[in-house]
Write a protein that binds this ligand. Structure first.
Ligand code: NAD
Ligand code: MG
Length: 392
């Protein structure tokens, strides 16, 4: 192996971010050696990837799929494992970079493990910062792992403030596409179907984050993510609806300058940045031209029609365990919506109800450790779940 070859593990390799990451690897085949690939249940795709990249390890989260993965990879040198502990073990391999792209709070333990052992974590799993921002950033600050954001808006901010003196940052604005229901009324959204909510106008993403974009909870989670990543108070964070998804963020400075980061909406751009930093890897994405910029528009986000955004902002302001509860309830609600058990507008209602209930039960206090976070996550899921089952 030449010194310029980077060892890379991809957690959540079969998902949207995982596949886009491997697509970047395909364009830089000699620059990366794949160590571990993980997935939850798509055993065929994981095996195909492990064969193609000659991965050292392939781990499937669902233990019932172990023998299938084992037989698909028989005769190869890939070590096969299954289950949650095996995911954490794979994430703990010492590598140059881990792409943390598991969706949801399921990504917390593996991402923490990666931050302890890898030279760099490319962080797509925003839930890690939403639920456990304080503990995760403390871990990063106390070690040597570099943290590179993958979320497009946060990648933009990271690039924009790179040379800035922290005290010169006045305001960070994240843009939101507004999702498929940007101009829908409350009544229309109450009747929205799963297929309509999954039909995102600009981005091709996994189901969870696509629904979060439709409710605008995604932008709320991203404000919390930004709060932990960047040296600002929550009052300095805002969002604006920008339907073209060309400008990903705007950062305003004390001298009156505002810098914007722009790129076509394609996750391979921020992924390439996170893998290549401080250099830039060539990415096979569409380039912007000036005609793309002639129709850019910006509008205020309507928190009456998108109450998830207001609920998330309140959780950010409250701090402590509130963002973790927000995330847990939202994961339960989005899964129920995707299972067609609740309506689209019930998502924000359930999240708001769970936060109020947890506050009444005294569960919104400070969470210092990953264990505290996982305890709160479990409790909040139980409360949301029992509400869905018709509980009090
Ligand atoms: P996805 O649903 O397409 O893929 C998720 C991956 O996680 C899959 O490989 C799946 O096997 C794995 N996974 C799911 N549940 C798991 C579990 N319980 N244990 C272990 N592995 C599990 O999701 P995605 O869209 O690629 O998103 C991944 C993360 O990146 C999310 O946190 C999302 O918010 C963030 N993100 C995604 C995009 C995007 O464009 N897709 C953009 C910004 C941020
Ligand atoms: Mg984003």
């Amino acid at each position: 192996m030449t010194p310029s070859v980077k060892t890379l593990s991809v957690l959540g390799a079969t998902g949207s971010i995982g596949r886009n990451t491997l697509d970047i690897v395909d364009h830089h085949r000699d620059a990366f050696e794949i160590v571990a690939l993980t997935a939850q249940s798509n055993v065929a795709e994981l095996a195909r990837q492990a064969l193609k990249y000659r991965a050292r390890m392939a781990v499937i989260g669902d233990e019932a799929l172990y023998s299938e993965l084992k037989s698909l990879l028989s005769g190869t040198n890939t070590v096969v494992a299954a289950g949650e502990d095996a995911l954490v073990a794979a994430a703990s391999e010492t590598v140059d970079c881990v792409m943390a792209a598991i969706v949801g709070s399921a990504g917390l333990k593996p991402t923490f493990a990666a931050a302890k052992h890898a030279k760099r974590v490319a962080l797509a799993n925003k839930e890690c910062l939403v639920c456990a921002g304080e503990a995760f950033m403390t871990l990063i600050a106390s070690g040597t792992c570099e943290l590179l954001p993958v979320d497009s808006e946060h990648s933009g901010v990271f690039q924009t403030i790179a040379a800035a003196d922290e005290s010169s940052i006045e305001q960070i604005t994240l843009t939101a596409s507004g999702g498929p229901f940007r101009s829908w009324s409350n009544e229309q959204m109450a009747a929205a179907t799963v297929d309509q909510a999954l039909n995102h106008p600009n981005w091709s993403m996994g189901a969870k984050v696509t629904i979060d974009s439709a409710t605008m909870m995604n932008k709320g989670l991203e404000l919390i993510e930004a709060f932990h990543l960047f040296p600002v108070r929550h009052e300095q964070l805002s969002c604006v609806v920008h339907p073209q998804s060309i400008v990903h963020c705007l950062v305003s400075f004390t001298d009156g300058t505002t810098l914007a980061q722009m790129a076509c909406p394609d996750m391979r751009t921020p992924i390439a940045y996170a893998l290549g930093w401080p250099n830039r890897l060539k990415a096979p994405t569409k380039r912007l031209d000036l005609t793309d910029l002639s129709g850019l528009t910006f509008e205020l986000a309507d928190e009456n029609r998108f109450p998830a955004l207001a609920v998330a902002r309140a959780a950010l302001e409250k701090g402590g365990a509130a963002p973790c509860i927000l995330n847990a309830a939202n994961e339960v609600a989005v899964a129920a919506f995707l299972d067609r058990k609740i309506g689209f507008t019930d998502i924000a209602d359930l999240v708001g109800w769970t936060l109020d209930r947890c506050e009444a039960l005294g569960l919104t206090g400070r969470v210092c450790s990953l264990k505290d976070v996982l305890d709160v996550d479990r409790e909040a899921r139980m409360l949301s779940g029992s509400r869905l089952d018709g509980g009090p």
